[in-house]
Structure formats: C-alpha cells, structure tokens
Design a protein around this ligand. Structure first.
Ligand code: FES
Length: 360
C-alpha cells in the first residue's frame, strides 16, 4: 500500500507542501504570527531558502550524481531496485540521519561551517519555516542530500521519498511554535509516553533547547541536541539533554544587524555591521589572560564561565565560543562574596583559580 502511494510522481513534494501548510495554518490560527516580531528579511530568507533548496540545489545534486554515476558506474543505475523496500528504507534513513547529525554538529564546532549555519540560530522565534534557514552553501555541502541522490541513482527513489516525508514531519514539527509535546509534560499520566517518544524522535522540547540562547536557562542547551529525525545519535555520542520545558529566549547571545543577503549568501556577500561574525576571519581573538579575576558572586545565582578564552566579558561567556568545540561551564555560587575565577583556562578546579597560572 505504502509502496503504491510512493509510486505517484512527486508524491514527496506534495506531502512536504502539505506538512508546511498544516503547520503554517495552525501557527496562524493559534495567533503566533500576529504576535510575531519577525522581520521582512526573516521571511525572505526562509521562503527563498525553501524554494532554492527544492528547485535548484536538490535537482542539481541529483543531476550531478546521475552524471557521475552513469559515467563511472553505469551498471549500478537502479541496481538495488529489486531489494526489499523495508531494508532499503531503513538503511537509507538511518545513514541519512547519521550524516546529518555529524554535519550539524560539525557546523557548531568549526568556524567556516558555523558561519553557514549561523543564520539558523539567529532566529529569535521558533516557527515551521526556521527549519529552512541556512546559508545557500550549507545546503550545497550537506552530505545527506548527496547521499539521498546516490540512493535514488541506485534504485531507492521510493525509500528516499518516504524518508523525506517522515523527516520533514519530524523536523518541521520540532521547529514549530506549536509544541505538540507540551501536553505530554503537563499531565503526569501522559509522561511515560513522551519519555519513550523523545528517545526515538526529535521532539519540540528537545530541539527548542538547542535553539535556546544561553545555558543559564536550564531549558536551553545550545551546544547539544544536534539530532534531526532521531535522538538516537545524541544519546550514543553523549550530546543529548532531555527537557520538559522550553527556553525563555531564542537566538544568539550577540545580536548583530545583518541583512538577510549577508547571512544567506555568505561568504559572497559581506555584512555592513562591523560587529558581525560574517565580517571577521575564522580565528577569534584570545581575550583571556593568565591572571585570575576577582568577582563578587551571589549565593544561589547561576553563572556561565567562559571555557574557550574568547569572550569579551571575561571570565564569563558572551557566546563567542560558537564555531568551536568549547562550551561554557555553568556553575551556581555556593556563597556570597568575592571569588577568584580562573582566567588562564587551565585550572584543575574550574571555574575557580587554583594558581595553575603561576606555573605557566
Ligand atoms: S564565550 Fe562562551 S565559552 Fe567562551
């Protein structure tokens, strides 16, 4: 039955458009769009990104894979077409999602890829269209799109179509402001269900946490929860943080005034904002020094200590660690008073100074 439906030409596209319409209508009638602070540039970038991805980037990658495949391995064209659908589909979707997990994670840990992915995290409101908010080059280099094209070449077009439909449902659902999982956290009787579900697929609470501005908010983990369809990879590679609530604030700590052209066409268009990361090189300045810094802390208050050494608000984090493997160290002050905080970043008792800097 499923296979018969998947035989309909362009069925995946119809489904994806249907999913987007479904979430857009629900977000509209829920009043989210009326109270939205989104700017015109946000809409332009996201709508354009969606259309360019579907109508230009994907067809181009499929074209290139077919050209290369026919040239180098013509005997493999549709070679797997007779394999059982369930096997093809399972291999395709798991590999696709694993590729995307690592690509997404690397986009947070390497300077060049971070600049291509940064537009996605500039969004200060969640919403179904935020799913498509990345630089043009980010999609062109996305390994799972190349993988999907290869599977189509090998004869797995139906597996790719079903994977695309299910994946878009999960991804758009987890970006949407509708928060379909909220009900499950609110009612104790429903919690066991969501505990199982969130250990399989990405839920809004899990993914919204990734978009939260700062780890100071306990519902936010901007340096984790990298999964796209399955939370399996985050659990295996130690980056999963399961949440029961949603961040208070979304977006980046450092706000800059970038036109959508600079974020979408990076590195081809420069931002006029001198503070923008899109204007700087890849190596961020080390702003830490050897000397410890004394600060008056308040008992019970949470602080984010900078671990990367690049913050301009030393010894605290200002979000400059994005695009590196570092993440800030969150701690709660145990007493009120002056404390010496490590600024050489080498202390064995971080965030506090243990005089390691005296030996450097
Ligand atoms: S700026 Fe956040 S860890 Fe350094």
């Amino acid at each position: 039955m499923i296979e018969e439906i998947l035989n309909i030409e362009n069925i995946d596209i119809y489904f994806v458009i249907g999913i987007i319409l479904f979430f857009s209508i629900l977000e509209s009638i829920s009043g989210f769009l009326k109270n939205s602070n989104r700017k015109k540039g946000d809409w332009i970038q996201e709508i354009m990104s969606f259309f360019v991805l579907g109508n230009l980037i994907k067809p181009l990658i499929v074209f290139l894979i077919f050209k290369a495949g026919d040239f180098y391995f013509p005997e493999y064209r549709f070679a797997l077409g007779s394999y059982p659908f369930i096997i093809l589909f399972s291999i395709y979707i798991l590999t696709d999602d694993l590729f995307q997990y690592w690509y997404h994670r690397r986009a947070h840990e390497t300077p060049f890829l971070w600049k291509l992915h940064r537009p996605h995290h500039q969004a200060e409101e969640m919403g179904y269209f935020v799913s498509y908010r990345n630089a043009l080059l980010y999609y062109l280099l996305m390994p799972n799109i190349w993988w999907a094209a290869l599977v189509v070449f090998l004869g797995g077009a139906k597996a790719v179509a079903l994977g695309l439909i299910l994946k878009q449902l999960v991804i758009i659902g987890s970006h949407s402001r509708l928060k379909w999982d909220k009900l499950f956290y609110e009612y104790a009787a429903l919690r066991p269900i969501i505990k199982v579900v969130e250990r399989i697929i990405i839920t809004p609470a899990f993914h919204h946490s990734h978009h939260g501005t700062s780890r100071l908010d306990s519902a936010s983990e901007p340096n984790g929860n990298f999964g796209n369809m399955f939370s399996l990879w985050d659990q295996i590679f130690g980056t999963a943080t399961f949440q029961k609530s949603y961040p208070k604030e979304y977006g980046l700590q450092q706000k800059t005034n970038d036109p959508w052209t600079a974020s979408y066409f990076y590195p081809f268009v420069k931002s006029p904002d001198p503070k923008s990361e899109w204007n700087s090189g890849f190596k961020k300045t080390d702003t830490s020094s050897l000397e410890a810094l004394s600060f008056s802390l308040t008992k019970g208050k949470n602080y984010l200590w900078c671990a990367c050494g690049m913050s301009n608000k030393q010894p605290f984090c200002d979000g400059s660690h994005h695009g590196s493997k570092f993440k800030p160290h969150k701690f709660t002050a145990k007493r009120t008073g002056e404390m010496k905080l490590c600024n050489c970043k080498k202390s064995n008792q971080t965030p506090f100074c243990d005089n390691t800097h005296l030996n450097q």
